[in-house]
Design a protein around this ligand. Sequence first.
Ligand SMILES: [Cu+2]
Length: 345
Amino acid sequence: MIHLLIVGVLVVVATLGLGLLLTQTGILPAQASQQAITIDWLFDIHFWFIAFFVALICVIIVYSLIVFRRKQGEKGDGVYMHGNQRLEIIWTIVPIGIVLWMAVIGGQTLSDVERRDPQAITVDVFASQWSWRFQYEVTTAEGVQTAVASDVLVLPRNQQALLRLHSQDVIHSFYVPEFRVKQDILPGGEKYVRELRITPNTNGTYTVQCAEICGQGHYSMLAEVQVVDGAEFTSWLTEQAADCNLSDAECGLRWAETFGCLGCHSLDGTAKIGPTWLGLFGHAVELTDGSTVTADHNYLLTSIVDPNAQIVAGYQPNVMPQNFDELLSEEQINQIVAFIESLGN
Ligand SMILES: [Cu+2]
């Protein structure tokens, strides 16, 4: 009886220590969405169960090892016990009850996390090796429907965002640890578009990281996420929807940012996944077939709309996306070329 009491007390103490360590010491990232609160609630319940069972098992083992060890002069094995029906019924019923209850709260949490808000704003997310593009539908003051593309995901606080996830090549995965929720992104067109709902509740800057190995540049597939006040979001969107009224080269830089070119091309001479744009225009480029061409206006244009036509020596074909002639307008492509030309000498 005294053994039972000591083990009981030790289990309670160990459970408390381990449980508090797991739930109170901030081993999870900060919470920045409504969904994160719900998911962490479920997490904490699991942490407490884990703490209890680890404590139960470890305390009994360690206690037995020490207290019931074979003492000097003792002979033979311990007494075997079998066939305790009452115990067997208890250790069958109790775990079944726990598992069923966890299934119920798991289901409730899932439906809570996926709850649909009819007021949700929609953002189309385009993942490709190895960049992110976010597209918003906007109606301008003149009543014209237009799309805004951005390389930063800006979301208003306390409003549900419905992300529609598209992949242009392989399987990617959308994951912002502070939002907790995660969703794989499948190629294959509209039929395979997956949805993810997030209600950010804390202003700040976060990072979306691809959570599915997707090729040699997977590690670099990151994008910034900004959660801002509703009013700030609206003015940001309006500003983005306005036509680019800067110089051609400046607009070109803007498109190169929003369409993810700068994930692969540097502006400072360093090689990334693709060649740098610094000092490219007007200079000789060596190609994989051994020939040399001058990077003139036409060469740049072709490199963008038909990248496989000429492959730069030391690089692979099919790494640069092949669909920029569909994604970008002719004007946008010309502005990007103007921007690359401005980096020429
Ligand atoms: Cu990816």
